[in-house]
Design a protein around this ligand. Structure first.
Ligand code: NAD
Length: 349
């Protein structure tokens, strides 16, 4: 299958591409190379004859039409997005333009190409979204997000993703475009850009800097190892029912403070700190405005319909992640100089 992956120089898109190429798929990576992109993420497959890169912006409809016509994909996996909640608080405009208008452009370019091909039933437009569209849950382990939970986004980021999800469903209902959607929980793992919680904690710990915890640290997330996520995404692309959405979670709920303490314990083991545990560097900082209390995925649909479950526990996944960062300083060191990295963003105002 030839898959057009948008956002393939980012964290999750690159994991999808590495896995897809290793399974023999042809892949076209369409990416604008924003501050969050890193082509080194796909260096392992860049020389593969089945891999092609297109430097393009999903806000540029003419470029999208040219890429569809030139590569004639069998499927689209749409991951390109502005993805950082804190940046969406400081500058929501880019999120509206890329996540909403960009998705609209992708849908129209895909629809135009699909119609030109005689509306093949096997074509897929797979939209990758987030559990943040569902809002915030109470601290009750029996209550989780299902695929029918009403949308209730709270941040500019999640509102822009919710809007894009609605557009994708509308293009299916109105024009018959064969779509599938997925909403996943917080990802972590290798190649995670060093502005997100897990890499910030690892790299600040190693640098002897404070480990910043927003608010009281009791916000709960459901952590999903990125390589498990990539596996689930390819499965949904292949076997997901058209027009349907699937929630993808890691079955690993943790409060932020517990997650950070686990990371400190792993670091204490793998790179012992002079003077005691890395946990001594934990510092509580001002909370994120509108910080959702809890996200948790009920994964029954993908488990029961498609037979998918995550392969690692959070302890196993975090250990692999710490090992990867310890072994790949050449990857992350240059990224620390990118715009905004290492600074508190989205504090409000
Ligand atoms: P990322 O920020 O690491 O990567 C995004 C990629 O998209 C980058 O390579 C960037 O250059 C590209 N991009 C941004 N704007 C573009 C544009 N206008 N045109 C073309 N390319 C553009 O993001 P990620 O963490 O890999 O997330 C991928 C997708 O998964 C996003 O849609 C995000 O909303 C969703 N998601 C992420 C998480 C998570 O935990 N990271 C959780 C749920 C959903």
């Amino acid at each position: 299958m030839k898959i057009l992956v948008t956002g393939g120089a980012g964290f999750i898109g690159s994991a999808v591409i590495r896995l897809a190429v290793s399974r023999g798929h042809q892949v076209v990576n369409l990416d604008a190379l924003t501050y969050a992109a890193c082509l080194e993420n796909v260096a392992a497959v860049a020389q593969d004859p089945g891999y092609a890169f297109e430097h393009a912006d999903i806000r540029d409809r003419a470029a999208l039409d040219r890429i569809f016509a030139g590569h004639r994909p069998d499927a689209v996996m749409h991951l390109a997005a502005e993805s950082h909640v804190d940046r969406s608080i400081d500058g929501p405009g880019d999120f509206v333009e890329t996540n909403i208008t960009g998705t609209y452009n992708m849908l129209e370019a895909a629809r135009s190409f699909w119609v030109s091909q005689g509306r093949p039933a096997g074509f897929r437009f797979h939209h990758i979204s987030t559990d943040e569209v569902f809002g915030s849950l109470p601290d009750d382990p029996t209550v989780k997000f299902t695929e029918t939970t009403p949308y209730d986004p709270r941040s500019p980021y999640s509102a822009s993703k919710a809007a894009s999800d609605h557009l994708v469903r509308a293009w299916h209902e109105t024009y018959g475009l064969p779509v599938v959607l997925t909403n996943c929980s917080n990802n972590y793992g290798p190649y995670h850009f060093p502005e997100k919680l897990v890499p910030v904690i690892i790299l600040n710990a190693l640098a002897g800097k404070p480990l910043p915890i927003y608010g009281n640290g009791l916000n709960i997330r459901d952590w999903l190892y990125v390589e498990d996520h990539a596996d689930a995404l390819l499965l949904v692309l292949k076997q997901g029912r058209v027009g349907r959405s699937y929630n993808i979670g890691g079955e690993n709920e943790r409060s932020n403070i517990d997650l950070v303490k686990t990371l400190c314990t792993i670091l204490d083991d793998l790179r012992p700190r002079v003077g005691g545990s890395y946990a001594q560097q934990i510092t509580f900082v001002a909370d994120r405005p509108g910080h959702d209390a809890r996200y948790a995925i009920e994964p029954a649909r993908i488990r029961d319909e498609l037979g998918w479950r995550p392969s690692v526990t959070i302890e196993e996944g975090l250990r692999k992640t710490v090992q990867w960062y310890l072994a790949n300083e050449d990857w992350w060191q240059p990224l620390l100089n990118r715009q905004g990295v290492g600074h508190r963003l989205g504090a409000g105002g």
